[in-house]
Design a protein around this ligand. Structure first.
Ligand code: ACO
Length: 322
């Protein structure tokens, strides 16, 4: 039996930070309100000449180094992003060229904030079926480009960033299971209601921005990510006490805490890094994973439940041993 296993992680946050006090000068808000409602103190914003692929490349190089492989070992590249550099080629192809790799498949997946979970699921299946042996799986976003910085209901939440893992074939898991869901009936609750084919005028006018029914998204995110914990544990005949860590999508500390409470999880075992980078969409889970491994919070051999939730709605989880 072939399994996949994360053998290296990397992440990158752009240099420029935007604090809550900076936001006070831009919209009618204040640090205390943002901290109380979201737990986010600052977010990172890509420079004008910095693009999603730049963030993906920096995170990927660190993951490749950490895994002790070389770019030539990589036989699959998947980038999860909602904010691709260009309409096409995919950001994965742009990344492939940067890394000096040619030949193996490279493609993007788009599942917004759950994107990394979808990408990890696909890469795991490539490896389990013997189609690939060493995959680079990335979540990277310049979400700041699709935010209306005069809308206080959304601009306080998001930031830019990239996270990556190298996933390799292994005799033992690694990835125990992955679980994906989508429900397009909720397409209007969290979206950018314009694009290349529809309402292109907004794109041309530079007003293709994220809209959100915050309260509804909050409720759905908590329910979906709580249900995912139960589903994932049940599928593996495990109990929550078997887990060392839960890494929910890093959207908002209140959502993260609510998920932990609902599933009866020890708060000390729930990872929250969102406070210093905001919601980085598809980058959020690999960012939190990489930071927690590098700062020694997560140790080799531990069992972690990763989960994402995003526009669509889309949601997914993975149970992994690192
Ligand atoms: N600063 C100050 N006041 C604000 C701000 C702000 N930035 N934004 C809204 N308010 C005001 C509102 O206008 C409202 O005022 P009113 O009562 O006079 O009308 C009041 O604060 C309460 O507004 P609510 O929208 O009810 O505030 P809520 O407690 O729901 O918090 C928030 C809003 C933080 C957006 C919350 O709904 C939330 O976290 N939702 C989840 C959204 C999320 O995380 N989305 C990320 C993308 S999805 C994902 O990744 C899971």
């Amino acid at each position: 039996m072939i399994y996949s296993k994360i053998s290296g992680t990397g992440s990158y946050l752009p240099e420029k930070t935007l604090t809550n006090h900076d936001l006070e000068a831009m919209v009618d808000t204040n640090h205390d309100w943002i901290m109380a409602r979201t737990g986010i103190a600052e977010r990172h914003i890509a420079a004008e000449d910095e693009f999603t692929c730049d963030l993906a490349e920096k995170a990927s190089r660190l993951a490749i180094e950490d895994a002790g492989v070389t770019a030539s070992d990589i036989d699959l590249i998947i980038v999860a992003t909602t904010t691709a550099d260009q309409v096409f080629p995919s950001t994965a192809c742009l990344l492939q060229e940067r890394l000096g790799i040619s030949g193996p498949p490279a493609f993007d997946v788009q599942a917004v904030c759950a994107g990394f979970m979808f990408a990890l699921d696909v890469a795991d299946k490539f490896i389990r079926t013997g189609t690939a042996r060493c995959a680079l799986v990335v979540g990277a976003e310049t979400f700041s480009r699709i935010i209306d910085w005069s809308d206080r209901r959304t601009c306080i939440l998001f930031g830019d960033g990239g996270g990556a893992v190298v996933l390799q074939a292994n005799d033992a898991p690694g990835v125990y299971s992955t679980h994906l869901h989508s429900d397009g009936r909720h397409k209007d609750l969290l979206c950018v209601p314009s694009g290349v084919s529809r309402n292109y005028e907004a794109v041309k006018a530079g007003t293709a921005f994220t809209t959100m029914e915050g309260g509804e998204v909050f409720k759905w995110a908590v329910k979906a990510m709580s249900d995912l914990v139960e589903e994932t544990l049940k599928a593996n005949d495990m109990h929550k006490d078997d887990l060392d860590w839960l890494i929910p999508h890093q959207a908002n500390v209140r959502i993260i805490n609510a998920v932990g409470r609902r599933v009866g999880f020890d708060p000390d075992k729930v990872i929250a890094t969102v406070g210093h980078h905001g919601n980085t969409s598809a980058a959020s889970v690999p960012l939190a994973l990489d930071e927690s491994i590098r700062n020694g919070t997560i140790k080799s051999g531990q069992l972690i439940l990763l989960e994402g939730f995003g526009g669509g709605f889309t949601w997914g989880s993975a149970l992994v041993r690192v």
